[in-house]
Design a protein around this ligand. Structure first.
Ligand code: SF4
Length: 365
C-alpha cells in the first residue's frame, strides 16, 4: 500500500503538547502518558480550534482529548468488541454479512476518537497495516465471492490515503463485476477537511460502481463551515452521503443535542443513517450511556423531529454476531377475547404514540 500524502505539523499527538495548549491539566500528564502508550492520540488544528479549554465538559474535547479515565478497563470490555476477528477470512477483510465486506485499508486516522471500537487496532505502530501482498489477497477474496455486492472501506480512515492511491483502490474494486457499491466511512471531512480536494473528490468517483460516503460526526459543532464545504464538494459531484454517529455520555446524550446534530446532517444533504450504542471498547465506560437512555432519547426524537432526521439506533452484539436495531418498541401484540372467552381469541396490537399514549390497532378480520 502506498502511504499518506501529508502529515500536518499542527496535529497534536503528545500529552505534553495538549498541556501546552491548555487542553489537559499538567497534573494529569503522568497518567496521560500511560494512556498514550496504549492508545493513539491525534487532535488536528480544526478539532483543537473547536474546543473551549475553559469548559471542563466540552463535548468536542470529550471525543478527542485523552482522559485518565481510559485507564479503567471494565471486565466486560474487549479489545475486539464487535468481533471483527471472528469474521476475517484474510487480512484486511471482515465478511460478517453475506452481501458485503469491510475492507480495512489503513490503520491510521486524522484524529483518534477516545471511544473508538477499534482503538486497539488503529494508530501509528499498530501491526494492522496491509502489505501489498495482503492487499492483493484481500482483492482476490472479494473477486472469489460473487455474493459481495458492497465493499465498505473503513479502517482506520480510508481518506488518509493519497488521492492517487485512493483512485487505484477504487479502480481495482470497480473492476470486479459483482461489486456494485463502494461505501467509504470517514471522519476526514470533519477532522481535516483540506484533504477533500478536487483530486480526492475525483478519486471517489469510479466507473462501474456507485460510491457512497458515510460521515462520522457526533456533535453539530463538528459540522463547521469547512466540513460542510467538504461534504458539499462530494455531494455536488454526485456522491450521496449518509451519517454515522455514536451516542456518547456528555457529548450528545440528550434529545436537543442529538436533534441539532441530525438536523445539521440533513441541512448538509447527509441522510442520518446510524446512531450506535457505544461498543464495549477498553477504557470507554465513562463515555457509554445505558441502552434504556438511548431508547428514551430516540422515543422523544421520534415525535419532535422530522422523519428525515431519524437515524437507526443500533447495537453491535459483542462477539461478532452483527448489528441490530435497538430503538424503542412501539408495537406489541395484545391478546383480547371475544364475549365468549371460551370459544375465540383474537390478536390486537398495542401501539404507543410519541406522547406515550396507548392505542389499539384491530386485527385482520
Ligand atoms: S476515525 Fe473512526 S477508526 Fe479512527 S479513531 Fe475515530 S472512530 Fe476509530
Amino acid at each position: 500500500m502506498s502511504t499518506i500524502s501529508f502529515q500536518p505539523a499542527t496535529t497534536l499527538r503528545e500529552p505534553a503538547e495538549l498541556a501546552a495548549r491548555g487542553l489537559v491539566p499538567v497534573a494529569d500528564l503522568p497518567e496521560l502518558e500511560k494512556v498514550a502508550s496504549r492508545y493513539a492520540i491525534a487532535v488536528t488544528s480544526e478539532v483543537a480550534a473547536l474546543i473551549d479549554p475553559d469548559d471542563p465538559l466540552d463535548p468536542i474535547a470529550r471525543q478527542y482529548i485523552p482522559s485518565p479515565e481510559e485507564l479503567a478497563v471494565q471486565p466486560n470490555e474487549k479489545p475486539d468488541p464487535i468481533g471483527d476477528g471472528a469474521h476475517s477470512p484474510v487480512a484486511g477483510i471482515v465478511h460478517r454479512y453475506p452481501d458485503r465486506v469491510l475492507f480495512k485499508l489503513v490503520h491510521v486516522c486524522a484524529v483518534y476518537c477516545r471511544f473508538c471500537f477499534r482503538r486497539e487496532m488503529v494508530g501509528p505502530g499498530k501491526s494492522t497495516t496491509l502489505s501489498e501482498g495482503a492487499y492483493e489477497n484481500a482483492l482476490a477474496y472479494i473477486r472469489a465471492h460473487a455474493e459481495v455486492w458492497e465493499v465498505i472501506l473503513t479502517g482506520g480512515d480510508p481518506l488518509m490515503l493519497s488521492p492517487r492511491r485512493f483512485a487505484e483502490v477504487m479502480a481495482d474494486l470497480a473492476r470486479i463485476d459483482h461489486v456494485k457499491v463502494i461505501r467509504i466511512h470517514t471522519r476526514v471531512p470533519v477532522a481535516e477537511p483540506q484533504r477533500i480536494t478536487d483530486k480526492m473528490v475525483g478519486a471517489l468517483k469510479v466507473k462501474g460502481a456507485t460510491t457512497w460516503v458515510a460521515l462520522h460526526a457526533n456533535h453539530v459543532r463538528e459540522l463547521t463551515p469547512k466540513a460542510r464545504a467538504a461534504c458539499a464538494a462530494m455531494i455536488d459531484a454526485g456522491i450521496p452521503m449518509v451519517s454515522q454517529s455514536v451516542l456518547l455520555r456528555g457529548v450528545n446524550d440528550d434529545p436537543e443535542t442529538l436533534a441539532a446534530l441530525m438536523r445539521g446532517f440533513v441541512e448538509c444533504r447527509i441522510k442520518p443513517y446510524y446512531l450506535h450504542h457505544g461498543d464495549l471498547a477498553p477504557g470507554t465506560s465513562h463515555l457509554r450511556t445505558t441502552l434504556a437512555h438511548g431508547q428514551e432519547i430516540m422515543r422523544i426524537m421520534r415525535g419532535r423531529v422530522s422523519g428525515l432526521c431519524q437515524p437507526d439506533f443500533v447495537i453491535d452484539i459483542p462477539g461478532g454476531h452483527g448489528k441490530v436495531p435497538a430503538g424503542p418498541n412501539y408495537v406489541s401484540v395484545e391478546k383480547s377475547f371475544s364475549a365468549d372467552r371460551e370459544q375465540s381469541a383474537e390478536t390486537r396490537y398495542r401501539i404507543v404514540d410519541y406522547c406515550g399514549d396507548v392505542h389499539l390497532y384491530p386485527p385482520v378480520p
